[in-house]
Design a protein around this ligand. Sequence first.
Ligand SMILES: Cc1cc2nc3c(=O)[nH]c(=O)nc-3n(C[C@H](O)[C@H](O)[C@H](O)COP(=O)(O)O)c2cc1C
Length: 270
Amino acid sequence: MAPVFDSQFCRLVGIPLPIVQAPIGGLAVPELAAAVSNAGGLGMLSVTWDESSEIDEKLARMRVLTDRPFGVNLVLDWPQAERLRQCLDAGVGIVSTFWGDPAPLVPIAHEAGAIFLHTAGDVAEARRAVDAGVDVIVAQGWEAGGHVRGEVATMALVPAVVDAVAPVPVVAAGGIGDGRGLAAVLMLGASAGWLGTRFVMAVEAPALPHYRDRLAAADASSTVYSSVFDVGWPNAPHRTLRNSTVEMWEAAGSPPSGERPGEGDREPIL
Ligand SMILES: Cc1cc2nc3c(=O)[nH]c(=O)nc-3n(C[C@H](O)[C@H](O)[C@H](O)COP(=O)(O)O)c2cc1C
């Protein structure tokens, strides 16, 4: 595909548009990632919690759906060397990591010729990742949806990371929802934008219709940064929609896991 936008990141990964579909957990399915890659961005699969057979299925599906570059994402709060090796053996050329130390995995990926991206929430973490040999830093600002690594807003974080890690390219994440946001982070020195919540809305993402409606109706004040949804992944703050679960928890004085109102309810409280 002919380049439409020339940036260091676009050249490195071989895409014509400076848009990455962020790995958004179970919503980052092959149909979504392939649609983004086929449109000229970079699609990302999430394989953090997958069994080996599920990774095989996802990668086989990608081969059917696209011949464009795509990446896989691994969250490092869980051991990931085996999943990484499986993806590399299957020919995946772009790997991204989040929440932990990428240093042990970088040489494995480089040995296989893959490009390594790591998401950082502050300048110190970005510098450490570059020292470990990472090829691209994803600078994730506090506005980000999902799990949030740092406490610095995108507007302040991106130029600081760009300066700190130059000439390593930086991709900006957090609060980018349209072309204006993308243009803004490119002006801050980012080499591309990494959009998560916006792609939750894509028809290819298997989000529940009601959740999609809540996102569509949301405004800039509709989210909350908290630790309320910590089952299965403690000590990892996140940004979510403010719903009745959040409000009951706050009204009860934000108690820890085990003492929360409605905890363990099977029915979603919307
Ligand atoms: C539903 C959801 C799930 C996410 N899961 C992951 C994940 O598995 N791995 C990861 O590196 N980031 C994950 N993230 C964070 C995104 O990669 C990205 O940093 C974030 O969505 C950017 O902010 P935005 O939502 O404002 O675009 C997730 C985000 C969301 C909204």
